[in-house]
Design a protein around this ligand. Structure first.
Ligand code: PLP
Length: 425
């Protein structure tokens, strides 16, 4: 397609966009009374206008019924999480039995690793990506230490080759093979939060299984962004947060995936709580733990209904849009934004250039572009902010922007370009 860096072209693209009207379903922050160009849906998604009503329903039920709301509320709180399962499962390409919405991301990662990281004999190592998101690094380190194992020896990282920004996938697969029967678990971010690189989760899962390891993914930057097929890929476990591309309120409830093949496995070690107990007999409060079938068996606590209501509001929008259309728009929008940045970089080369470190191949990325600003520092980013662009700055000189397909427009991309050009001048 021939792109053009003009307002006219951007508006034309918006007019043709089948998801164009979804923008109206969200509140946009304003700056100097204008709507901002919001490109940080990968950090905190915008608020759907339906959230307030969904939460209000539960506040009203609480006022009206008190504790009886567990059974008398229109969506009884006892089983509230069940309202979210099917919609969340569609987003990550899973069977409903494989998914539960519960807890927060890092909590879920730990709960899953307690079950799926079982170092035994010489099979003790974890493979992860270098420069993983800090919370994941701490979680992995503490898991290794929890088993009394040496960190240096057992936490193996694959990073980019000398002088490169991205990780060569061949290096991950080669490392898995090399570690062989010493490898207990692979745990990688499906989309790297810093570079926006999307990994081939199917190939990594296959390679991990070939050497007898368990394979899990942190999908914080993938859920609601990438067209996932966790079930078909055979992934053992995964976790994601609800508040990035999934727009479900700051620190909101998050998701867990456990493959069907582990659906009923009371022998798997786990940190248990009453909400993971078989719901038919939960209130007999018998000693001894009999888990729910599937991912629900990893729940510890009864659901925080207000947070779940916010998430449900957002999942309803995803359900209406469908991941297929979201994926198509994601690719078109990201490609247009890439074109604009390259156009501006070329035309202003004497002031320093922009290098997009995110893969240019659309099958290797989602909705994020990470831009290295050569010859430009934080001042450039601050100038962008001053013009009403909400983006993300990472030291020493990377700007991360994410055009979220549900609510960002081609015009947003054009406006970003204008602000970028002003900022470098
Ligand atoms: C955002 C993010 C987190 C945040 O974890 P919380 O438990 O939700 O605070 C963790 N890991 C990755 C990869 C993330 O992108």
């Amino acid at each position: 397609m021939n792109y053009s860096n003009t307002l006219e072209f951007a508006k034309e693209m918006d007019a043709k966009d089948p998801l164009n009207s979804f923008r109206e379903k969200f509140y946009f922050p304003t700056f100097h009374k204008n709507e901002v160009v919001y490109f940080t849906g990968n950090s905190l998604g915008l608020q759907p206008k339906t959230v307030e009503g969904m939460i209000k329903e539960e506040l009203d039920a609480w006022a009206k019924y008190g504790v009886e709301g567990h059974f008398l509320a229109e969506r009884p709180w006892f089983s509230y999480h069940e309202n979210l399962t099917e919609k969340a499962a569609k987003i990550v390409g899973a069977l409903p039995v494989e998914v539960v919405i519960t807890h927060s991301l890092t909590t879920n990662l730990h709960l899953l690793m307690v079950s799926f990281y079982q170092p035994k004999g010489k099979r003790t190592k974890i493979l992860c990506e270098a420069k993983a998101f800090p919370s994941d690094q701490y979680a992995l380190e503490s898991q290794v230490k929890f088993h009394g194992l040496d960190l240096k020896e057992n936490l193996v990282e694959v990073g980019p080759r000398e002088g490169e920004h991205l990780i060569n996938e061949e290096d991950i697969l080669a490392k898995i093979e090399e570690l062989g029967d010493e490898l207990a678990m692979v745990m990688i971010g499906g989309v790297n939060y810093y570079t926006g690189q999307l990994f081939d989760m199917e190939a990594i899962t296959k390679a991990g299984h070939a050497v007898g390891a368990k394979v899990g993914f942190d999908l914080a930057h993938a859920a609601g962004n990438i067209n996932l097929k966790l079930h078909d890929w055979g992934v053992d476990f995964a976790a994601w947060c609800g508040y990035k591309y999934l727009n479900s309120s700051p620190g909101g409830v998050s998701g867990m995936f456990v493959h069907e093949r582990h659906a009923y496995s009371p022998e798997l070690p786990r940190f248990a709580g009453w909400w993971g107990y078989d719901k038919e007999t939960r209130f007999q409060m018998e000693p001894g733990f009999n888990p729910m079938r599937g991912a629900e068996g990893w729940q510890l606590s009864n659901a925080p209904v207000l947070g779940m209501a916010a998430h449900l509001a957002s999942l309803n929008i995803f359900d209406e849009a469908g991941m297929e259309r979201i994926g198509e728009k994601r690719d078109a929008l990201t490609a247009y934004l890439e074109f604009i940045i390259e156009d501006i970089s070329e035309r202003n080369a004497e002031r320093g250039t922009f290098e997009i470190i995110t893969p240019s191949d659309k099958s290797k990325r989602g909705a994020q572009l990470s831009i290295l600003a050569h010859g430009q520092g934080k001042a450039l980013f601050d100038a962008l902010t001053e013009q009403g662009v909400i983006a993300d700055w990472r030291e020493p000189n990377v700007i991360r922007i994410a055009p979220a397909p549900l609510y960002n427009s081609f015009e947003d991309c054009y406006q970003f370009g204008k602000s970028l050009e002003n900022a470098i001048q």
